[in-house]
Design a protein around this ligand. Structure first.
Ligand SMILES: NC(=O)c1ccc[n+]([C@@H]2O[C@H](COP(=O)([O-])OP(=O)(O)OC[C@H]3O[C@@H](n4cnc5c(N)ncnc54)[C@H](OP(=O)(O)O)[C@@H]3O)[C@@H](O)[C@H]2O)c1
Length: 221
């Protein structure tokens, strides 16, 4: 299978690429800054430049992709924002929404011809912090709102893409020891990515429209 992972120069995206390559897949990882791609190149994945926040970058990437097919897209790129209510600014809300919610929609839409050709699957890495049903505990407005919007984008894509056979699924990776998750997170990158990679490999069209934990359990919207 050809698998594409965004935000693949570090953290969960990098580890997913490493695992998919060792699983025998053809893997493309995308980075914002080619200078940061050293560890990704070492995995054996192909490297592409892509800033999910920029329409022009996404369009240029899709045209470089050309008429190649794509089996799995993992929309992993994202940013954190833990600001409490009093300090949340409009600029922060818009920036985080642009990257975390609009970014995956931009990339998915641009790669639809490649995904339709394989009746492929799209996995968006969301967060339980974007679940309304999981009872928010306050704070982190920009991040929570952006991931809730990403969840809606995925459910809506699942409806629109159903006739094409392309699946759209959101996955929560757990709380993970990355630059974003910090050192106190209970899961290592290797543990989270191993579960996610296995879930991604075995999850098919039957799961379209679902919100799943890294271990495969459903999460309330
Ligand atoms: N870690 C956790 O506990 C946790 C929990 C729930 C959900 N998640 C989600 O899991 C995903 C991966 O997170 P992580 O923990 O691996 O974070 P990370 O280590 O901070 O990595 C984030 C990745 O996203 C990329 N990125 C940021 N803005 C981008 C943009 N505009 N265009 C393209 N790439 C961009 C970064 O590239 P640069 O190096 O160029 O900035 C980096 O590769 C995110 O969607 C995150 O929200 C993480």
């Amino acid at each position: 299978m050809h698998i594409l992972v965004t935000g693949a120069n570090r953290g969960i995206g990098l580890e997913l690429c490493r695992l998919f390559v060792s699983g025998g897949h053809t893997v493309t990882g995308t980075v914002r800054d080619p200078a940061s791609a050293g560890p990704l190149r070492e995995t054996g994945a192909a490297v592409e430049t892509l800033d999910v926040r920029q329409d022009a970058s996404v369009t240029a990437f899709a045209s470089r992709w050309g008429d190649r097919r794509l089996d799995i897209l993992v929309n992993n790129a994202g940013v954190g924002a833990w600001t409490p209510l009093d300090h949340t600014t409009t600029d922060e809300l818009l920036r985080v929404f642009d990257i975390n919610a609009i970014g995956p929609l931009r990339v998915t839409r641009a790669l639809l011809p490649a995904l339709k050709a394989t009746r492929g699957r799209v996995f968006h890495i969301t967060s339980k912090m974007g679940s309304i049903g999981d009872t928010p505990s306050g704070g982190s407005y920009a991040y929570r709102m952006s991931k809730a919007a990403l969840n809606m984008a995925s459910a809506n894509l699942a409806a629109d893409l159903r006739p094409t056979g392309v699946a759209s699924i959101v996955l929560h990776p757990g709380w993970v020891q990355t630059d974003m998750g910090g050192r106190n997170a209970p899961l290592t990158v290797a543990e989270s990515a191993r579960s996610l990679a296995s879930l991604i490999e075995r999850t098919g069209f039957e799961a379209t429209g679902q919100f799943l934990n890294y271990d495969g359990r459903p999460i309330p919207w």
